[in-house]
Unconditional design. Sequence first.
Length: 280
Amino acid sequence: MEITMEMIKALREQTHAGIMDCKKALQNSDGDFEKAEEYLKKVGLAAVEKRVDRATDNGRISFVIDGAKAVMMDVSCETDFVAKNDQFKTLGNDLCKLAIAKGYTEPNAEMEEMVKGLIATINENMKIKKMVVVDIAANEFVMGYNHGDGKVGVLVKFAASNAAAFETEAFKTFAFNTAMHVCAASPMYLKDADVPKDYEAKQLEIFQAQVANMDKPAKVLEGIVRGKLKKHYAEICLLDQVFQISNDDGLSVSQLVAKFNKDNGSDIQIVGYERFLAGA
C-alpha cells in the first residue's frame, strides 16, 4: 500500500510522533492507523527504558486549585527546551487534575504511565520529582503563583473566620503579592515555632563560636547570640521576613497582615505555604 504524505501528517497530528517515525509505522502496518499507533507506542516505550538514567535537571512546576484541594507538582526533564514545550506543560496540568479527581496524594503507576507516554513521543527522560496536596477548608483560601515559565511554583494558604473576606479585590491583590514574596524570599519555615530544635541548636553553636573571642560579660554575649538568632529567623521564617512586594514602610509579613486586617476589617491569617523549585 502506498503511504502518502497526507497519511503521515494525519498520524503525526494524532500521535505527535516524528514524521519519519510515522512513515515507518504506517509502512510496518500496511497503512492501518490503529496498528501504526500501536507500533509507535511499543517502539516508544521500549526506548523509554534506555533513558531512565539520564539526568533530569530541568522541568516545570504545575499546580491546579480546584474547590477543596490544590495540587502542585515538579515534573522534571532533561532540557530547558522541553520544559517550555506545550505538550510538557499540558502533562503537568493533566497530572495535577488527575490527582485531584482521584484523590491521589503521591505519584503512582497511573501517573507514571502518563509520563512514559510523553517520553515515548518527545524522546527525553522525565520524572515526577515532587508532589504536594493541600486541603482547603470552607474558611480557607489558596493562592497560586508561577514564576519564570514554571521555574518556581508557590501555593499560599490563608484562613479567616468569614470566607467572604476572600472575595474582595483588596484581598486577592494582597494574596497574590504574598505568593510573589514567597517566591522571591524563599522562606524555610512559616514561623519561628516551626523551626526544628536541632536546627536552632546548630545555629546557636555557630553564633556562640562567632562571639567566643569577644571580651564581654557572659550575659552580654548571650544577648548578642540571641540577637543573631532573631535576625536569622527574620531571614528564614515567612511571617518574620520583611515583605518584599509593595512595602515602602519596611514591614514584616506578619505586620503587613495586621495592617491589612485593620484597614479592611478582616481577620485573615497566613497558615501555610509550599514553594517548589523546578528540577531541584
